[in-house]
Every structure is written in C-alpha cells, then in structure tokens.
Design a protein around this ligand. Structure first.
Ligand code: ZN
Ligand code: ZN
Ligand code: ZN
Length: 152
C-alpha cells in the first residue's frame, strides 16, 4: 500500500520509529476530512491499543506538526491530519474549522484560510484558531429530506 510507505517516510523524517499504532492512527486520520476525538479513535482501534499509548502517540504527532488539535463545543479535543506537514515545528496549515451543533462533528475546511488578523502594537501571534459553529452539510441534507417526506 502506497499510503503506508508514505507514513513510514513521514515518521522517519520526524525521527519517529515506525510502530503499528503510529501507522494505524495516521491511516485513520488521513482517511477522514473530519477531526476525530481520542474516545472515537479508541472505538475504531478496539482493544489492541491502550489509552496511554494512544494519548502519547497523539501528543507526539501534535508536537511534530503531523496533526492538529481542535476543541469542540464540549471542550473535547479532536485531532486531524495536517494537509501540509512540514519539517519545521510551526503549524503551517492553518485553516477554518467547522463544528456542527447537531452532530458535533468537527470538519477541517482546508481550502478556507484564516484571514489575517491585525494585532495591536506590542502583541505577536503564535497561532490562531477559527471555528465556525452551525449545521453541517450532511445534517442540512437530512433536515431537507425529513421535511420533504413530511410534506408528501
Ligand atoms: Zn494542521
Ligand atoms: Zn452535522
Ligand atoms: Zn483542521
């Protein structure tokens, strides 16, 4: 599988050993446009991976700029794969996030860049978060379908 080799390269570039947990977590996160919480990851991974290992894996990846963390409405951390993981530790792929208030999913809107914020003199920015709260595409579709059926 080409993807697994890419992940191997990615780990190598970040001086991380290739472990099955790391490769599996990368595979899951890369395949999703949504950010995913640690409890949800645990459900997908099953009993094979313990919590502490998973927690450490996620924090290492975050430190290395391989994934980023987004807090949802409930304050739960959700993790998403960085579309442009670079060699530097500074987070490079800042984009708008969308948190659906109906299904609570956190989406990475990669194509939406965060607008430049002009800070007052004396302030310097390190990172910036922009989360839009609202109803996502799939919840909106469900609502439309429901109304159509109801009106027929
Ligand atoms: Zn990122
Ligand atoms: Zn939704
Ligand atoms: Zn994101």
């Amino acid at each position: 599988m080409a993807d697994l080799e890419d992940f191997g390269d990615l780990l190598e570039r970040n001086h991380l050993k290739k472990t099955s947990t790391r490769l599996t977590v990368l595979g899951i996160l890369k395949s999703k446009r949504e950010a995913i919480s640690q409890p949800d990851l645990e459900k997908i991974l099953g009993k094979g991976v313990d919590r502490v290992t998973l927690y450490r894996t996620l924090s290492t990846f975050e430190e290395k700029g391989i994934l980023h963390k987004v807090l949802d409405l409930n304050g739960t951390a959700n993790y998403a794969f960085c579309s442009s993981s670079s060699h530097s530790h500074k987070h490079q792929d800042e984009h708008v996030h969308f948190n659906c208030t109906a299904c609570l999913t956190v989406y990475c809107l990669d194509e939406l860049k965060i607008p430049i914020v002009n800070l007052p003199i004396g302030y310097s920015s390190q990172s910036i978060n922009l989360i839009v709260y609202g109803i996502c595409n799939s919840c909106n579709e469900k609502a439309t379908d429901y109304l159509k059926k109801k009106n027929n």
